[in-house]
Design a protein around this ligand. Structure first.
Ligand code: AP5
Length: 231
């Protein structure tokens, strides 16, 4: 019997070290393709701010550049994935970060009749990564990211997107913690590159280029994935 063809919403993973540009580019892809950015870092920071049990357990680990436990991360991600808007397709930013998380994601998606569509490995050298996160600020009103030298708002002190004037510097965005986050990435997350390459879903992207050039290349890559899934 012939089964009718079923199209799946895109599930994309942006994989890369701190400062690779995952957050910056997720926002570009959200606007371009209507996908939903799911950043486990943002979810955990929200839990810390709200003082939930998950947030209280995560806070100290995040401030020292380690990884929050798989149980906590999987719980916050699964809760967010249950929201109906994720049916439009998602960009996973900062997840998975361990082999346990990668396998749990496969199970979570399989239960929805979905699978990982593509994993884009954003490749950037270690010194560049430290420079990028050390100078980062974020608009507290809309979340747009900036950098002291690499991406400044057009008018100093005013967010280009929403006009906000309050900017936040993350506690873990200092050179020492950035180096620790990088060590954590190489030890626990970089092995996923080989895992996804063997699964045949890995694409590599030179994330050392400037922001606009990375956006263009990503839009081209993601455009062909999204079009291949269109009904
Ligand atoms: P998370 O919030 O995920 O941070 P991260 O992975 O360390 O990534 P960043 O947000 O630092 O970097 P990014 O790649 O998004 O870069 P961005 O676009 O901002 O995680 C924080 C912590 O939460 C972790 O350390 C861990 O403790 C915990 N956590 C989160 N998820 C977890 C998980 N799944 N499991 C366990 N623990 C978890 O860009 C950085 C700067 O560079 C910006 O200022 C930007 O303007 C600039 N920039 C970006 N691209 C370019 C470019 N091409 N050229 C020049 N400048 C650029």
């Amino acid at each position: 019997m012939n089964c009718p063809s079923v199209t799946q919403p895109a599930v994309l993973i942006l994989l890369g070290p701190p400062g690779a540009g995952k957050g910056t580019q997720s926002r570009v892809l959200e606007k371009a393709f209507g996908l939903i950015q799911l950043s486990t870092g943002d979810m955990l920071r929200a839990a810390v701010k709200a003082g939930t049990p998950a947030g209280q357990a995560a806070q100290a680990v995040m401030e020292t550049g380690g990884l929050v436990s798989d149980d906590i991360v999987l719980q916050v991600l699964a809760e967010r994935m249950a929201d109906p808007d994720t049916g439009r397709g998602v960009i996973l930013d900062g997840f998975p970060r361990t082999a346990v998380q990668a396998f749990a994601l496969d199970e979570l998606l399989a239960a929805r009749g979905q699978s990982v569509g593509a994993v884009i490995s954003m490749e950037v050298d270690d010194d560049t990564m430290v420079a990028r996160v050390s100078g980062r600020t974020t608009c507290t009103k809309c979340g747009e990211g900036y950098h002291d030298t690499l991406k400044r708002p057009a008018v100093a002190g005013v967010c280009d997107v929403c006009g906000g004037t309050d900017f936040l510097r993350r506690k873990d965005d200092n050179a020492d913690t950035a180096r620790q986050r990088l060590d954590t990435y190489h030890a626990q997350t970089a092995p996923l590159i080989g895992h996804y390459q063997r699964a045949g879903v890995l694409q590599r992207l030179d994330a050392m280029q400037d922001i606009a050039a990375v956006s263009r290349e990503l839009e081209r890559m993601v455009g062909s994935i999204v079009r291949s899934r269109a009904p």
